[in-house]
Design a protein around this ligand. Structure first.
Ligand SMILES: Nc1ncnc2c1ncn2[C@@H]1O[C@H](COP(=O)(O)OS(=O)(=O)O)[C@@H](OP(=O)(O)O)[C@H]1O
Ligand SMILES: Nc1ncnc2c1ncn2[C@@H]1O[C@H](COP(=O)(O)OP(=O)(O)O)[C@@H](O)[C@H]1O
Length: 296
């Protein structure tokens, strides 16, 4: 661990911190001296307008950009994939679920361009585990480490999203399924935006987690299991909810009278006594680095 500005940071971030300043990068073209200039951007955009496609940018390999397989996958899962799955394509209009006569709009600034801008790859880190297992602490520690490295992450915390988007949902199985589905879809959009999206929610049912995995390209859904026994979570009881559940004042509480299905083949397992949240986040960082998510 190293202590910088009163914040303890794990070893993982120390080398880069020695080399570079802490300030978050400025936004705008000025930040990318090694990238395409404003003048040539305008020229390219003119060409895009003329040809009506993003191919001008992609095929000219500006800044080494090439449309990758993964982007094709993302495009498919975002729009056309759904239309194709619905089996009903009416010329350029599609029917997706109950949405009739809709059309997918393309833009010349795509995932590859955003990745290049952010110097990272968007993905979803899905942290699952019992209440009190340490999901939020790990999510926050991970977010801090990434921020200090100049990487953009965003946390979708079950508790927080239930304050807004999912405020209409309770804790019955179908409400949890809807909660997880919506957060999965939002997380996919963040990943497509190039952001490292950290979803932290109990997500107790395997089927619901697997459905979120299925809407992302292979490798872009990273499931992290907080492997902390119920007794430990209950002893922590940070919010006093286990006590209420044991007293019968909360019904259907995960681990008490509602099931938690342990992941069978997740990417990362964080065991109880595996160290502080920061040390656990360091393990996730190693995975991200090894898989190339910390570069464009
Ligand atoms: N019945 C029941 N079961 C489990 N948890 C409950 C329940 N009622 C309220 N809470 C509080 O809601 C938080 C879990 O919300 P999630 O959106 O993560 O749950 S789920 O994924 O839809 O199962 C959870 O937060 P965490 O402790 O951070 O996990 C609890 O604070
Ligand atoms: N790695 C850890 N080791 C020991 N205690 C922890 C650890 N991570 C979290 N805790 C404790 O557990 C409590 C619940 O953590 P939290 O992140 O809120 O869990 P969750 O989001 O899964 O409900 C916190 O009050 C914290 O003190």
């Amino acid at each position: 661990m190293v202590a910088i500005g009163g914040i303890s940071l794990p070893r993982f971030v120390a080398p880069s911190l020695h080399r570079q300043s802490f300030s978050p990068p400025a936004i705008g073209f000025a930040r990318f001296p090694n990238r395409i200039s404003y003048r040539s951007t305008v020229a390219l955009l003119d060409e895009v307008e003329k040809t009506g496609s993003r191919a001008a940018i992609v095929n000219r390999k500006v800044d080494g950009l090439v449309k990758s397989d993964c982007e094709t996958d993302f495009d498919a899962t975002l729009g056309n994939g759904h239309a194709r799955n619905s089996g009903k394509i009416l010329g350029v209009l599609s029917t997706v679920g109950n949405s009739t006569n809709i059309k997918w709009h393309e833009c010349s600034v795509g995932k590859i361009e955003r990745q290049s801008l952010l110097e990272q790859k968007g993905c979803v880190i899905w942290i699952t585990g019992l209440s009190g297992s340490g999901k939020s602490c790990v999510a926050c520690a991970l977010n801090q480490i990434l921020y200090k490295m100049g990487k953009l992450a965003y946390i979708l915390d079950g508790d927080n999203v239930r304050h807004g988007l999912n405020r209409d949902l309770g804790f019955k199985a179908e409400d949890r399924a809807e909660n997880i589905k919506r957060i999965g879809e939002v997380a996919k959009l963040f990943a497509h935006a190039g952001v490292i999206c950290i979803a932290s929610l109990i997500s107790p049912y395997r089927r619901d987690r697997d459905a979120c995995r299925a809407i992302l390209p292979d490798g872009y859904f990273i499931e992290v299991f907080m492997d902390v026994p119920l007794e430990v979570c209950e002893a922590r009881d940070a919010k006093g909810l286990y006590k209420l559940a044991r007293a019968g004042k909360i019904k259907g509480f995960t681990g008490i009278d509602d099931p938690y299905e342990v992941p069978l083949n997740c990417e990362i397992v964080l065991k109880n006594n595996g160290g502080s949240p920061c040390e656990m986040a360091e393990k996730v960082m190693s995975y991200l680095e090894q898989k190339g998510f910390l570069q464009a």
